[in-house]
Design a protein around this ligand. Sequence first.
Ligand code: FPP
Ligand code: MG
Length: 312
Amino acid sequence: MVTTEGTPNTTLNSWGIADFNLATYLADYKTKVEATLDASLVIAEPPTVYESMRYSLLAGGKRLRPILCLATCELLGGTVEMAMPTACALEMIHTMSLIHDDLPAMDNDDYRRGKLTNHKVYGDDIAILAGDGLLSYAFEFIARQTQAVAPQKVLAVIAHLGRAVGAEGLVGGQVVDLQSEGKPDVTLETLEFIHTHKTGALLEACVVCGAILAGATDTECNRLSKFAQNIGLAFQIIDDILDITATPEELGKTAGKDVAAQKATYPSLLGLDASKQRADALIAEAIAQLEPWGEQAIPLKALAHFITARKN
Ligand code: FPP
Ligand code: MG
């Protein structure tokens, strides 16, 4: 039974799927993730870099990536506790990618999650180092904090995540994104490469790492990987749409940046309506991958719909 009081039960079955309420689910899991993130990073020497790391890590946000990891682990019969260190590590990596993305050498943004960007507060030098600190701490955190999971599975998670954030994933996508800026002839194929690497790879890792921790088979991991790749691309298409349609207050960051930076986006190549239709089709394809799990997959299905319905 889903309630709004107290800590939610730790296994998916105990949610009483018929009563599933996404808002409650998101709020409960976000609270748990926030508490673990807060406790994960205490200020030590030298304090400036820890303060800078905490400034961005605890700046709020939907915590969608950790929640995707926790939800997938539970779907496959694992527990929240087994996946929490990896879930928090995913948020650390996401946060570091945003700190670096906002730097003057990249997107040069002043606002993120409704607050000044990290380098605006701490300077470019500390912001770069805070990002580096978060990236390496994420892997340490998985290795040291994961409990009740066989070491080979933890190793598989670290390997999967390492690939997802490196040149084969986030880094590669960001490079092509930066190289494509201002070019009038960016194709849909290149744009899809950017989106699937820059955003999709980490979202895929959230889902697949949650599955690995729970002991999923290769077949299950492959299905869940396809689910995640589709929601990852849909997520970035919605991001492109919101950059045009949402206000800075709704976004918590500068709006209209893509047009100003002459970035190719789904709306610029396909138009707003066709972009929305493409995102909806991707979500439908994603949800089809969850068919074998029936109503146990309702939380993941609801999360997929939430991605297209979100306003920030
Ligand atoms: C935001 O995209 C940026 C990303 C999704 C990833 C950026 C990746 C890097 C800076 C590489 C990080 C390095 C490692 C090692 C992981 P956006 O600019 O389209 O969205 P925004 O409007 O929210 O800034
Ligand atoms: Mg940016």
